[in-house]
Design a protein around this ligand. Structure first.
Ligand code: GLA
Length: 326
């Protein structure tokens, strides 16, 4: 029997990958390493709900059916976010919509989507990236949800999702989640939600890391900090970029010394996560192999990156061997 990542970590946590419907075919050769999937874009409001009275469930359904047929876990991603959410949620013709209208759309969207995938998704990223990156501004990110609905939108999102599927694990998900101030703010947000009795069960640490940061101490501190709230923790979108954040260099091919650093980082991070397995209930990579990664695709990057465990030809990288050997 071939050893897979999922099998190697069977005693620790499920190992997931973000997928598109196309990737289910093109990466079929290596998807057997994973026992969890997250639709990369297909369950975002812009994909599922392009206009008020029309849903487009096709790609999301394909992914859910694939996961179901292979007994893979499915993480739903994401219900309430400031990106990839169509304007119609917030407008009434050319004018801004009244708060009451936006509340109705917000609740109907959550009920419809969570309801549809109720027997498939065991977890949902209910609210994504609601905390500001600016340490000098108020903690909540300025978004249209906040502007129109006020800070209660976060609690209401969790309550609506819970109503639609009382068995589902509900996550708050964010990036830069190991930075001290942001992590305090995330902690306070979840603390207050829990104090009000809001059903929030987990913190999703996106895990968009690079070969230099965050440090293992920062990572450990963030996990402990979130776990101290009595919620579960998952790494929901992990990749390890070959470039430091803000670095503008670009490589045509991945330099060997950087791949070596990447493999060491992946190895160290996964051993830390295993050490914390009583708190960490899932680790998802944000992609399957280096030929399809948002880090090479986003217009703001316009350069290649190789952040995952399999290379562009789907061959296991040094990082893969480090992770699977534990
Ligand atoms: C955030 C979102 C993901 C994805 C990435 C970029 O992390 O949560 O869904 O859009 O940005 O691809």
């Amino acid at each position: 029997m071939i050893n897979t990542l999922a099998r190697a970590y069977a005693e620790d946590f499920p190992i997931g990958a973000a997928v598109t419907a196309a990737v289910l075919d093109s990466h079929d050769d290596i998807l057997g390493h994973f026992n969890s999937v997250t639709p990369e874009n297909a369950m975002k409001p812009a994909s599922l709900h392009p206009s008020e009275h029309s849903f487009n469930f096709r790609e999301a359904d394909m992914i859910a059916t694939y996961a179901g047929a292979r007994k893979m876990k499915l993480r739903g991603h994401t219900l309430v976010w400031h990106n990839q959410t169509p304007d119609w949620f917030f407008s009434d013709g050319d004018a801004p919509a009244a708060a009451e209208t936006v509340w109705k759309r917000f609740e109907e969207h959550i009920a419809a989507v969570v309801g549809r995938y109720r027997s498939y998704a065991y977890a949902w990223d209910v609210v994504n990236e609601a905390i500001s990156d600016d340490n000098h501004s108020p903690a909540l990110r300025q978004t249209r949800w906040l502007d129109i609905l006020g800070p209660d939108y976060i609690a209401r999102a969790f309550l609506s999702a819970h109503k639609a599927d009382p068995d589902c694990l509900l996550f708050y998900n964010d990036y830069h989640e190991t930075q001290p101030i942001k992590s305090l703010r995330i902690h306070d947000l979840i603390y207050n939600l829990k104090r009000q009795g809001v059903p929030v069960h987990g913190v999703g640490m996106q895990g968009h890391y690079d070969i230099y940061t965050p440090s293992l101490d920062e990572l450990a501190a963030a996990i402990e900090h979130y776990a101290s709230l009595g919620v579960t923790v998952q790494i929901t979108e992990m990749d390890v970029s070959l470039y430091r954040e803000g670095d503008k260099t670009s490589h045509e091919a991945p330099p060997e010394e950087l791949l070596a650093l990447q493999s060491q980082r992946y190895g160290e991070i996964f051993s830390l996560l295993r050490k914390y397995r009583r708190y960490v209930s899932g680790v998802t990579l944000w992609g399957v192999a280096d030929d399809v990664t948002w880090l090479s695709r986003l217009p703001s990057y316009q350069r290649k990156n190789w952040p995952l465990l399999f290379d562009e030809r789907h061959q296991p990288k040094a990082a893969f061997h480090r992770v699977i050997q534990k």
